[in-house]
Design a protein around this ligand. Sequence first.
Ligand SMILES: *Cc1c(COP(=O)(O)O)cnc(C)c1O
Length: 433
Amino acid sequence: MSNAAHDPMMNLSLRKVDPELDAIFVKEAVRQRDHIELIASENYTYAAVREAQGSILTNKYAEGLPGKRYYAGCDYVDEAENLARSRALQLFVGSEHVNVQPHSGASANTATFTAAMSPGDPFVAMSLDQGGHLSHGASVNISGKWFKPTFYGVRAEDGLVDWDAVQRAVDEAKPKVVIAGASAYPRVLDFEKFAAIAHAAGAKLMVDMAHISGVVAAGLHPSPFPHADYVTTTTHKTLRGPRGGMIFARTDEAAAIDRAVFPGNQGGPLMHVIAAKAVAYKLALQPEFRAYMQRTLDNAKALAAALAARGFGVITGGTDIHLILCDVTPLGVTGKEATAALEAVGVTINKNSIPGETRSPMVTSGVRYGTPAATTRGMGLAEMEQIAQWSVEAIAAREDSAKLEQIRREVVKVAQRFPVPGNDAAELAARES
Ligand SMILES: *Cc1c(COP(=O)(O)O)cnc(C)c1O
């Protein structure tokens, strides 16, 4: 007897089982098709990654590590996780050990904190309002509640890392860990210099390359290996894999990191996501990925120049990576107002604090643009010029709904020329009606 005879629901498609949710998927697919996505942390992943992520590997419990599981039947998921591990080590030359199980970037950071420190221990990181991440000691996050952060930032005059502040924070805090890595820093981070400062003080260097791991993998940003003791990352930003995280460590820290992930912070790993990570790492090893990353950086440089030419205050004067930080006050608006104006025309960015910020994080004086997602859709230098032009026009027309609607129609037209991978236009049109 087939399983369908026991429970006819088991083999039905999502559309049949849950039309309510399917309708939500259609709306989101239309949104993705008709918007231009410039949130620096977002991307569109590969069809093959989504296939792995939606696979039967979701059915398997596999607590532990390959060859050392707490459950039977793990032979094949072991093979999948070993592929992910060996490809990750191959992708990041000089890395020694990797754990591919963290569910997200923040989970990878929490696990690393618990491996490297005890509650109450001091660490040094870039503050959130200067470009750091919530999981680097913000008071609302476990990193700030359970550990003791001292922050450094960027120089108000040029937006670059304030090395005097890094040294001062290390001298004052006597930290166990120094973190290098940011969410809104447009320039190359000097990991060698961070390592020298951390190691001279007897601290470990933790690099959080969540934003730039794809750029590092492509060899277009200096590598944190071999300078860092721990390297954490997301897998879904520039690396373009499934939503998730991973942690690299030196061989002598491998066991501590593995224990911190499981049983320290997580239960069963998401084997379908780990399989999808293996696919993404394989694809990131191909020449096509390096070319994609190069186009992403070329687009970011072009967009930065086009925005600067239209009066945006581009922080540090440009970018070395995939993201751009801008002061929008020269255009007579706050970050919140600029973001709302662009959202109204279908261009998605986020408001962001800038060096020397005077406004609250809910308002801000700046915005952040990023090119990974638009570049995945195939947009190039001409579209970057166009996006900068729409940006100033939308900001100028922010109270003129007719003009905003006119710009929005132009955006939709251009967006639809660049299909979202996995978004079948004909199928979508059929389901929309
Ligand atoms: C995005 C990001 C994270 C968090 O990743 P999640 O997967 O959202 O938890 C951590 N650190 C940095 C620097 C980031 O940019």
